[in-house]
Design a protein around this ligand. Sequence first.
Ligand SMILES: *[C@@H]1O[C@H](CO)[C@@H](O)[C@H](O)[C@H]1NC(C)=O
Ligand SMILES: *[C@@H]1O[C@H](CO)[C@@H](O)[C@H](O)[C@H]1NC(C)=O
Ligand SMILES: *[C@@H]1O[C@H](CO)[C@@H](O)[C@H](O)[C@H]1NC(C)=O
Length: 617
Amino acid sequence: MDVRIPWWLYKLQIFSGHRPPRNWLLLCVVSVFVLVALLSSSSSGPFNTQTTSVTREVYTNYRRLKEHTASDYIELKSFSSGNNDLKGFRFCGKEREDYVPCYNVSANVLAGYKDGEEFDRHCEVLQDQPYCLVRPPRDYKTPLSWPVGRDVIWNANVKISKDQFLSSGSMTKRLMLLEENQISFHSDDELIFDGVKDHSRQVAEMIGLGSDAEFWQAGVRTVLDIGCGFGSFGAHLLSLKLMAVCMAAYELTGSQVQLSLERGLPAIIGNFISRKLPFPSLSYDMIHCAQCGVSWDQKDGMFLIEVNRILKPGGYFVLHGTSISTEKGRLIEELKHKICWTLIGRQEETFVWQKTIDPQCYLSSTQGVIPVCREEQEDTHSYYQPLASCVAVTASERWVPVQNKSSDSHITPAELEIHGKYRVQQDEFYEDFESSKSALRNYWSLLTPLIFSDHPKRPGDEDPLPPYNMIRNVMDMNARFGGLNSAFLEAGKSAWVMNVVPFKARNTIPLILDQGFIGVLHDWCEPFPTYPRTYDMLHANGLLSHLISEGCSITNLLLEMDRILRPEGWVVLSDKLGPIEDARVITTQIRWEARVIDLENDSDQRLLVCQKPFVRK
Ligand SMILES: *[C@@H]1O[C@H](CO)[C@@H](O)[C@H](O)[C@H]1NC(C)=O
Ligand SMILES: *[C@@H]1O[C@H](CO)[C@@H](O)[C@H](O)[C@H]1NC(C)=O
Ligand SMILES: *[C@@H]1O[C@H](CO)[C@@H](O)[C@H](O)[C@H]1NC(C)=O
């Protein structure tokens, strides 16, 4: 086994000239100890002139950290002096390099799923298997930093066959070239004719705008791009300050979701087969499908009813592709009428419909063809429930046309007022934001010296530049009101956040989406619908206690986090002392470098900051 030593240890020259020895972990801990000792001794020197409380807090943390690593060292020493192995989990085989649980077609067929449902997400057929750690492919390389990494990725990091390059024909896929060991996406190439930019401009014109730069002002800020190709349309929308998330079915090779995330673009696995999507109703301003492979005319229009559910009033459904035959077109048209959409534009292969802004429309025009859902079928929690064949008529206060959005980039008190009806109070919301801001500053200063330990701070220096480019894909696993996302934006970090609201926690997901963020409901007792190595940082505040109270396995949770975290990615867990100590024991088995950090104010709240090592075999 060959373990890559974090480069900041190289900088300390601890391993200079040697191959990493077998008891590397022991040495790592010793060197962390040395590093920490260096840092904390220097904190009693001239650096004390720094007067911000954040800085003080961090150095206090380092002193405590030193004590912790000292005790870890003693623990490990007693381990290795005996014949005891480090009791780490073993590594999974090569077949699991790109493993996404819950999408095992042969297991689903065995369990009796058919008619396409074998391709759906079925976590209930997941068999218990011995714990193992998913390893990266042999030639895996750390992704290039944003924004270069948006346009160039390492070939070896994603599973894609050469045929897939050649056969990919759709607009959003064909902008891809294979270089020697890299795949490049020329998203900014002005010379590309008929590319995503033209498409975007065309859609903007069809909804009556002068150019696509006006989307934001027109209230189109969140876009669900179904079957996104390799994310180029989303990348373009992101450059216009829109939030576009790619959603595509699980794919064994050439996965659109895996490629998008590898490029640092938001994406999640999801499909139209038999279940609702894990989004609440009235979530998106625009839903986009360019040859996305969904048969919209199937299943009595249930897929369109689902699109209608998650589309905001006055929002747009854009369909692009050659495969829209006349007959299908008529069926779709008929349904549109029943679900109160208006075809507002049709140019060549692109169709744009707009959802009504009048909720009464559903009561007058359905005429019994598509029934209106009964009250209890409406989705307060649409977590992979069966698709509905009825239209939900929302008497929701959230029924606000996209065109009525304020031009403010923050949620306004008036908009927040709506959520008061869902038990979200203003002061609670703003408190969450304030505490997230200070939490983010703390995390950043905790991570920074670890990454930039060869930049000794001089009196009067700012903190060394934070690792802007090393953290792009962030997941907030227990996002509450989306405070961490707001804090990232406010701090001007070039990261995006996947906000996850645990299925049984308070349902704050509508508030997250109404701020223009990305959010999903998720039951953390189950695996998350994404590929391995797709997030740079995972954050969870209070999730451990929540899951312990739900009776979920913390070991399974941490293994799942390890799966979706890229090598050298970071984990920040904030919780009560008990759950943090439990988790720390498991992190040793998962081979993360982990540190428990006390907060200064003597509460029983702790931070567990971890880094996943880069392991090859
Ligand atoms: C998928 O399910 C089959 C049948 O249960 C099993 O043999 C196989 O190991 C599973 N594959 C993975 C990657 O778990
Ligand atoms: C949206 O704006 C229009 C025109 O300004 C106004 O008449 C309508 O009441 C607004 N609707 C809502 C739900 O705020
Ligand atoms: C201590 O700090 C934590 C995190 O910043 C905060 O949640 C908690 O309320 C503080 N406790 C006290 C007693 O101030």
